[in-house]
Design a protein around this ligand. Structure first.
Ligand code: KG4
Ligand code: ZN
Length: 352
């Protein structure tokens, strides 16, 4: 059994969490998250400098709140886990520096966590009722966040994951925009506030999905990669035409329904194709786009194998998933001692 304090500041959520890890159970005792969405909304997207400055203000209260809610002190924790890649460099540095200072002062091991490993681990967090998710392996993981669209084939449960698992299990990825980015960029073209995903989801419920024919990138059967940039251009041209005709307002639900279908179609088709090819026993969908109601409805109807989602609060960025990924690496003896972690850095890229 171990207690891990997790810290996440890679983008626009400042989050801390205390997690209890026991065998295959990853139970968040607390999660405290300060979302900067409203701060970035006037700019239509995340402004890196605004993000890092706000993390600086929020990091300490957020950590204190998470510890208080869990009823523990740092001394009761076995290790501190922090996202150190990939993300906005200034934002990452705030979390990494805070984690280093805490680990140094409390003489605890520090575990650097890859943000995407955190997203994969979000599926293993127990729900509010304390129940663990039942994921049978081999499994397909579809990771659809604001910044990444990855398709992974994973053969073993997290405690067996090798260090290089993110790389070795990766089967397909977006070659340009991520699915979440496609929602956000088309949402911006359609005049929705940032982030556009949930607005498109909402408006699409009253729209006709077949109203507009929009491109599906990389349709060829032998590719598990995705491409969404063509869609963005098509939506821009279509929106201009509808604006000129004066029909954009009335066509908005149809437009949203058509855009949403064009984004989720390849996600569903390729995930199910890979699941069949690999004889996977479950399909796991993680990241912010996993909240999409149409994606969930279609997978429920079309997937022959169980589809597992994290609880909604763990779909978007949060420190519980970082603590869980840290717990796995800690159980494998990968906690860094003080002389090792003082040199720890943050990296904007996903790593080579
Ligand atoms: O995982 P996340 O917090 O981002 C990163 O870690 O990068 O996910 C945020 C993304 C945004 O692109 C947002 O538009 C999208 O998730 N999103 C949705 C929905 N709710 C959030 N996309 C489609 N439908 C939704 N209901
Ligand atoms: Zn994320």
């Amino acid at each position: 059994m171990s207690i891990i304090l997790g810290i996440e500041t890679s983008c626009d959520e400042c989050s801390a969490s205390v997690l209890l890890h026991e065998g295959n159970s990853f139970r968040p005792l607390s999660v405290s998250t300060y979302s900067q969405i409203e701060l970035h909304q006037p700019f239509g997207g995340v402004v890196p400098e605004v993000a890092s400055r706000n993390h600086l203000e929020q990091i300490q209260p957020v950590i204190e709140d998470a510890l208080k809610k869990a009823g523990v002190e740092v001394v009761n924790c076995d290790a501190i886990a922090v996202t150190n890649r990939p993300g906005l460099i200034g934002a990452l540095l705030v979390g990494v520096t805070a984690a280093k200072a805490l680990a140094y002062a409390s003489r605890k091991p520090l575990i650097p966590v890859h943000h995407l490993e955190g997203h994969l681990m979000s599926a293993f967090l127990s729900s509010a009722t304390g129940e663990s998710k039942k994921i049978e392996f081999p499994a397909i993981f579809l990771m659809v966040s604001g910044g990444h669209t990855h398709l992974h084939y994973i053969e073993e449960s997290p405690l067996q994951w090798p260090s290089e698992m993110l790389k070795t299990s990766l089967i397909g990825r977006s070659i340009d925009d991520a699915a979440g980015e496609a929602f956000d960029k088309t949402g911006k073209i359609l005049g929705f506030p940032y982030p556009g995903g949930k607005w498109i989801d909402e408006y699409a419920q009253k729209g006709n999905r077949a109203a507009f024919e929009l491109p599906r990138g990389l349709k060829q059967k032998d590719s598990y990669d995705f491409s969404f940039s063509g869609l963005k251009t098509a939506v821009l041209l279509l929106t201009k035409r509808l604006q000129a005709e004066g029909s954009i307002e009335s066509k908005l639900p149809d437009l949203c329904a058509s855009v949403q279908e064009a984004i989720i179609d390849p996600l569903i088709r390729k995930s199910l194709l890979l699941a069949r090819e690999k004889k996977a026993k479950s399909l796991v969908v993680v990241g912010g786009v996993a909240a999409n109601s149409r994606l969930r409805m279609r997978l429920k109807a079309e997937s022959p194998i169980p589809v597992i989602y994290p609880d909604l609060q763990y779909c978007t960025d949060n420190a519980a998933m970082i603590a869980a990924a840290g717990a796995v690496r800690f159980s494998q003896g990968q906690g860094l001692r003080v002389e090792q972690f003082l040199k720890l850095n943050a990296f904007a890229n996903a790593g080579s």
